[in-house]
Design a protein around this ligand. Sequence first.
Ligand SMILES: NC(=O)c1ccc[n+]([C@@H]2O[C@H](COP(=O)([O-])OP(=O)(O)OC[C@H]3O[C@@H](n4cnc5c(N)ncnc54)[C@H](OP(=O)(O)O)[C@@H]3O)[C@@H](O)[C@H]2O)c1
Length: 411
Amino acid sequence: MSKKLNIGLFGFGVVGQGLYDIIRTKHLNLEIKKIAIKDPHKKRTLPSHLFTTERDELLNNPEINTIVELINDTEAAFEIVSRALKSGKNVVSASKKMIALHLDELIALQHQYGTSLLYEGAVCGSIPIIRNLEEYYDNELLHSISGIFNGSSNYILSKGFIENLDYDSALKQAQELGFAETDPTSDVGGFDAKYKLVIAAAHAYGVVVQPDEVFNLGIQNLAPNDLQYAREKNLKIKLVPVAKELDERHVALFVLPKFVNDKEFLYNVEYEYNGVIVQAAFADQQFFFGKGAGGHPTGSAVLSDIAALRYDYQYEYKKAKERRDLNFTNNIELNVYLRYYDESLLEALNFIHIHERYYSGGYKFVIGKINLQNLIDNAQLIADGKAFIAFADQLSGVNLASEVKQAVEAF
Ligand SMILES: NC(=O)c1ccc[n+]([C@@H]2O[C@H](COP(=O)([O-])OP(=O)(O)OC[C@H]3O[C@@H](n4cnc5c(N)ncnc54)[C@H](OP(=O)(O)O)[C@@H]3O)[C@@H](O)[C@H]2O)c1
């Protein structure tokens, strides 16, 4: 028999309202007792007695046994979630940045207080990847997880490739449609994808990495020449986070634009859609596809977590228990395309090997092999120089599998 959930909901924005719409259509053994919001003057679609701006009305209410946290304030979200876990309430959250920044502490709190924190909606919206990594693949050896984890940047890239729209106009459209924030840095800079990658890697590999240790390069320096080059090669460019096991003791994480060909799953993931590729030792390659954001798609993932709490479901972080000797590393060699303006950047990056060079007018690029650590060490120079870098195994004739092998041999 499932337990009755009395819910305190934090946030009634895109996801909060989406969740409410879905719950209204269901006959589940749960009730939303109170909703905490920030602005008491905003017009609401529900009776005013349901709302409060006092978080204690939810957190100190002994009747409420479940907190659903769907707010857009990272610090406040961490305070709310940690207080709830400490006071014996189970929690569902979709705040990927908050979870990625505080994952170690949140895991420790769950162990210490015997409470549960679930966050399927935080990673790729409607795609059920976290519980699958945790449960379905618990006995699998995962070679890599990669995909398209950010709908806003994918929307901009689709607009460029399919509709020939330039970067600034595509970004503006994404903002008007509510896909991209007013400050788009987190989306187009690859930060949002990185937070999701860090969370997924904790379940796939049992490795909890601080987001600032993980390299992310976004699409903000993408120029018409880069698009044109990809088109000529029948390739598309996608922003791809990657978690890859290099050998039995090392796992690498990074977020980079990537050239993809029409044989790859990600080639047809367009606009606001997300995709996750799991490369497993026994199951081989598997692909999850779905909406990565939006009130109802994300609300459906949040509801699935809420439903799981009726049976006191908890993440066991199984891989972390099993594989204590696996460590995060940035020591991996990658084939990249670098489009640049200033020769001093090329010198500073110190490529191990350059396969191809091109120079015509103002358009200069090289394709070659570089250690990820060199990209990290020169991140500021790359940003200042408005250079565009993309993972380019499709352009070098070296595929991902042999790339991993070479990297493994380098250890
Ligand atoms: N939007 C998506 O598609 C999506 C997908 C996956 C994950 N997420 C994550 O889900 C969370 C919510 O996103 P959203 O798009 O629903 O945000 P949103 O539309 O901006 O709504 C945020 C809600 O949080 C409330 N709020 C902000 N600070 C608060 C505080 N200190 N105490 C109580 N309420 C507070 C706001 O109150 P007011 O109504 O009074 O302003 C608003 O109702 C974020 O962490 C986001 O990253 C979003």
